[in-house]
Design a protein around this ligand. Structure first.
Ligand code: NAP
Ligand code: F7E
Length: 373
């Protein structure tokens, strides 16, 4: 039996001496994490993939404005589907830390492109880990962006580090592979390889096709007369929604912990899509009354206008009905806790979307009216 190599005795560099590589730097989390690490004085490198249109909007301010931070973000071309590019980038950067945030991250889309999702979201992780091993970068710390989707259909809550997995989508199945291979590189090769099992986290930088941002953007646009109706899928689904910058802080704590391990990161509160929607519309001064059932359910404003309707195209072949995390271990061992409540999260996102279309943030709106059923 092969023994894992002994842990390195080399001193861990101070933050401002650290070189860090992020995959997924153009995404919601990557952009907040890059900001955070640059502010610490780290040398931050981001892998960017080729796109036919601009895909760096979330990080433009980090590499265009030299006054923002003294060390600027460096971008390198690569793709998690291309092992040679992963290898070449790691060889060039020789990072102290790698955060693997890159993924085909949309659950519904993963049912349409399961093979691609497995390749990028699943095998992408082993490409990075194996390149680190091949290059002898066994001191490099590795963070894998694992997900509460791993619990999927487990039907038991709250979910913590001991809860078994039950993936309910090609995305979740790919993330399960990435989770286990990360743990395996820790056990087999003694690498400092960690998993953050993060529950849903949102922000004004959230992609527009995820449900929270779809709702806050629509609420802002409907209030401004730019859109008539918002079409949604399953309003009953419940998620444990937190604020992305808080979750990026948890990632850093996980990677800088004394021991490599896996941690759940969550708020410990769960809300339905309907509740999120009600809170968002109330924030723009359009409290909703709900009527009808199933596909016929509607969200109606005080003037009788139907603002929210159901469209079955947004239902998933297999749904994750309830996620609720128990992050007590992260709180105890890493000193992490969320700083933004559900209501504050909704307000931050709605206000940003109102501002983005040239409006002003609304004053506190009255509480939403009770549901009809
Ligand atoms: P996101 O906004 O969708 O960002 C995904 C990132 O991955 C983008 O930078 C994207 O690049 C990049 N990417 C996609 N395909 C790639 C490829 N083939 N090669 C290299 N990069 C590729 O996701 P996020 O919300 O920031 O989430 C970050 C990570 O955490 C993801 O792995 C996600 O699955 C996971 N996660 C997210 C949550 C959450 O609630 N946000 C919870 C748990 C886990 P483009 O900009 O070019 O598309
Ligand atoms: O869906 C329901 C939908 O797409 C949330 C990713 O970051 O978090 C995210 O995955 C819920 C689901 O996020 C619509 O059926 C209703 O139950 O915003 P979502 P997600 O699937 O939870 C996890 C933790 C990740 O790891 C993922 O990368 O909302 N829902 N109506 C809808 N969802 C969408 N997208 N659009 C709708 O119209």
């Amino acid at each position: 039996m092969k023994r894992p190599p002994p842990p390195s005795r080399r001193p861990w560099p101070a933050p401002n001496g650290r070189r860090i590589l992020l995959t997924g730097v153009t995404g919601q989390d990557g952009s907040y994490l890059a900001e955070r690490l640059l502010a610490e004085g780290c040398e931050v490198w981001g892998m960017v993939r080729r796109s036919s249109s601009f895909n760096t909007q979330r990080i433009d301010h980090l590499y265009q404005d030299p006054h923002e931070t003294d060390v600027r973000l460096r971008l390198v071309n690569g793709d998690l589907g291309d092992g040679s590019s992963v290898n070449r980038i790691l060889k060039r950067v020789r990072p102290h830390e790698v955060y693997n945030l890159g993924a085909q991250s949309h659950v519904k889309t993963s049912f349409d492109i399961p093979e691609y999702t497995a390749d990028i979201t699943g095998l992408g992780a082993v490409r990075v880990l194996e390149a680190l091993r091949d290059l002898g970068l066994d001191d490099t710390r590795f963070y894998q962006a694992s997900s509460s989707e791993l619990y999927g259909g487990i039907g038991r809550s709250p979910q913590n580090e001991r809860t078994p997995f039950h993936p309910r989508s090609p995305y979740a199945a790919a993330k399960a592979y990435a989770f286990h291979i990360t743990r395996n590189y820790r056990e087999a090769w003694g690498m400092f390889a960690t998993n953050g099992i993060l529950f849903n986290h949102e922000s004004p930088r959230r992609g527009e096709t995820f449900v929270t941002r779809k709702i806050t953007r629509a609420a802002a646009r409907i209030a401004r007369g730019m859109q008539k109706t918002l079409y949604l899928g399953n309003l009953e689904a419940r998620r444990d929604w937190g604020y992305a910058p808080d979750y990026v802080d948890a990632m850093v704590r996980i990677l800088r912990a004394k021991k490599a391990d896996d941690y759940v990161v969550a708020t410990g509160e769960t809300h339905s899509v309907r509740e999120f929607c009600a809170a968002a519309f109330a924030r723009v001064g359009l409290p909703l009354e709900w009527s009808g059932k199933g596909l016929k359910e509607r969200g109606v404003d005080a003037r009788g206008r139907v603002l929210v309707q159901i469209d079955e195209r947004y239902f998933r072949p297999s749904e994750v009905e309830l996620l609720l995390g128990d992050a007590s271990r992260a709180r105890r061992e890493l000193g992490w806790k969320p700083t933004v409540t559900f209501r504050q999260l909704v307000e931050i996102m709605v206000d940003a979307d109102v501002e983005a279309i040239g409006g002003t943030a609304p004053p506190a709106a009255p509480a939403p009216r009770r549901r009809a059923r």
